[in-house]
Structure formats: structure tokens, C-alpha cells
Design a protein around this ligand. Structure first.
Ligand code: CA
Length: 225
């Protein structure tokens, strides 16, 4: 009996340690599961020359790679963008930038070109134009052609800061094509494959409609910076 007691004690200690190790592994793998949704990149996209809203020295940079012709981008623009502006951009914690993606071809390219021309005219009017153009996207007939110069000028004419004659001439003269080219290079550099793609500092969001995940990443970046 006397010999057995230290043995039993050793067995119990071993079991306790083993149990603790298992608990630790389970807890840490659960934590990984929470952050596995996001992908950390080697670097964050440069927002140099990109339409950007928010405090210049805000610690967090949120970049949307979006396409005016993409239905998910319209939904994101209406559902998630206003929350980000309200919760993080207006309080000065984040900047928000929009980079054009032209996956849908000629209409995407025209919208990109026109919006870059608007940005050159008036940086604030750009955001009104961006939202107004998304609003015009038809929700039923997705493949119908709706991004035309006529439609763009109609949308622009409702925004007082935009000179529509200037815009029409800029579209005809491809003003803004260098900016669109720069965007296409960024899309390729960051291997953007779908729209919208949201990158927060150097973290690519797995599900752009998961606002809680977006908040988690932003809060995390705010703690680190
Ligand atoms: Ca751009």
C-alpha cells in the first residue's frame, strides 16, 4: 500500500497535466478557428491616389475592391458601407478607400473611368456619385446594359458639385484612364478574385458581409496600432 500511494499520485498528476494540455489545445484551436476566416497578407494595398474618405492619420485603412456592375457590391454598399462610415470612419478610427475592379467588362470600365473623373473634379462629390451609381444598378435584370454615358451624366447631374459638361468631355477624352490602369494593377497585385473584396490594413476579409468579423479585425488592428 505504501509503495502504491506515490504511484497513484504520479498517475493522477499525469492525468491532470494531460487533461490541462488537451483543454489548452482545444481552446487555442478554437481561437484559431475564429481568425481562420481572415487572411493576413504580406502588405497592405497602397491607397495613394485612391478616393479615400476619413481622417488622414486614422490608424486603420479599409479598402474595398468593388465593381459598379456587381450586384454584391451594390448590396455591400447599401448594407455594410454605412455601418463602417458611422462606426469607424466618422469617429476618426479608419479611412475608407474604393479601388475599381473591371471584371464585368466595358460597363465596369466606363463606370470606373467616369468615377475617377468625378474624383478629379471634387473629392467629396466622388462618394455621393459612387453611392448614387450603385443605387441605379437594377436589382432584377442583372445582365442588362445600364452603365452608359447617358446614365452616368444623369446620376452626376443630381450632384451639384459635379460639372456634367466637364465630366462628359473627360469621359470622351479618357481622363482618369491612368487611375483605372493603376486599379487594375492593384487588383492583380493583391490577387483579387471576387467583388467586393475588403482588405483592412493587411487582412483580407473572408466574408465581406460578416460585419462582426469586420469589426473584430478593425478592433484588433486598433489595438495593435
Ligand atoms: Ca482608383
Amino acid at each position: 500500500m505504501k509503495k502504491n500511494t506515490p504511484m497513484k499520485f504520479a498517475v493522477i498528476i499525469t492525468l491532470v497535466i494531460a487533461t490541462l494540455l488537451i483543454v489548452l489545445v482545444v481552446v487555442s484551436s478554437n481561437q484559431n478557428a475564429e481568425t481562420n476566416d481572415e487572411m493576413t497578407l504580406d502588405k497592405q494595398p497602397s491607397t495613394d491616389g485612391q478616393p479615400t474618405i476619413g481622417e488622414a492619420n486614422a490608424p486603420v485603412s479599409i479598402v474595398e475592391f468593388g465593381d459598379f456592375k456587381c450586384p454584391a457590391c451594390k448590396a455591400w454598399s447599401e448594407r455594410i458601407y454605412p455601418q463602417i462610415i458611422n462606426d469607424y470612419v466618422e469617429p476618426g478610427n479608419a479611412q475608407f478607400s474604393f479601388v475599381n475592379v473591371t471584371f464585368h467588362g466595358a460597363e465596369s470600365e466606363l463606370a470606373s473611368l467616369a468615377s475617377e473623373a468625378v474624383y478629379k473634379q471634387d473629392q467629396d462629390a466622388y462618394w455621393d456619385f459612387n453611392k448614387a451609381l450603385f443605387e441605379e444598378q437594377p436589382s432584377d435584370d442583372l445582365d442588362s446594359e445600364w452603365i452608359t454615358t447617358e446614365k452616368i451624366l444623369e446620376v452626376a447631374s443630381a450632384i451639384s458639385e459635379i460639372n456634367t459638361e466637364q465630366l462628359e468631355s473627360d469621359i470622351a477624352n479618357n481622363v482618369g484612364s491612368e487611375e483605372v490602369k493603376k486599379d487594375i494593377e492593384l487588383v492583380s497585385e493583391f490577387k483579387v478574385q471576387r467583388t467586393p473584396t475588403i482588405i483592412i490594413n493587411d487582412v483580407m476579409i473572408e466574408d465581406p458581409f460578416d460585419y462582426e468579423a469586420i469589426q473584430r479585425v478593425i478592433e484588433n488592428e486598433l489595438e495593435e496600432n
